[in-house]
Design a protein. Sequence first.
Length: 134
Amino acid sequence: MTGHIVTISCLGYMAFFLHIQLGQVSRIVDTINVESMTTEQVNLLKGRVTRSVEQWQSEMLGLAILGSIVSIIGGIYTINMVIRPLNKLVNFADKEGQTEPLPEFKSNNEIKQLATAITALTVKLEESSVKMKQ
C-alpha cells in the first residue's frame, strides 16, 4: 500500500511539473509574432522547445522507472505481509481434525488477530467436541 502511495505521489509531482512547463511554453507561444521573427529566432525557439520536450521525456522516463520499482517493492511487501500469512491460515483450516498448532505470525496486525480468533475458535470447538462425547 505504501508503495502505491509513493507511486501516486511521484505521478502527481510529474503532472504538476509538466503543467508548469506546458504553461511556460504556452505563454511563449502566445506572445510570438511569427511575422516579425527572423529565421534565427525561429530556429532558436525551435531548439528551446525541442530541449524542453527532451527534458520532459527523460523526466517522465525516470519517474516511470521509479514508479515501477516502487510498485514492485510494494507488491513484494504485499505478498510477504498479506498473501503468505493468509495461505498459512488456509492451510491450517484445511487440515481437518489434525491438531497441529497454528503457525506463528511475527507482526501484530489484522492477520495475527484473525489467526488468534481462529485459534480460539478451534479451542472452543475441541472443548465442545469433548463435552459432546461425555
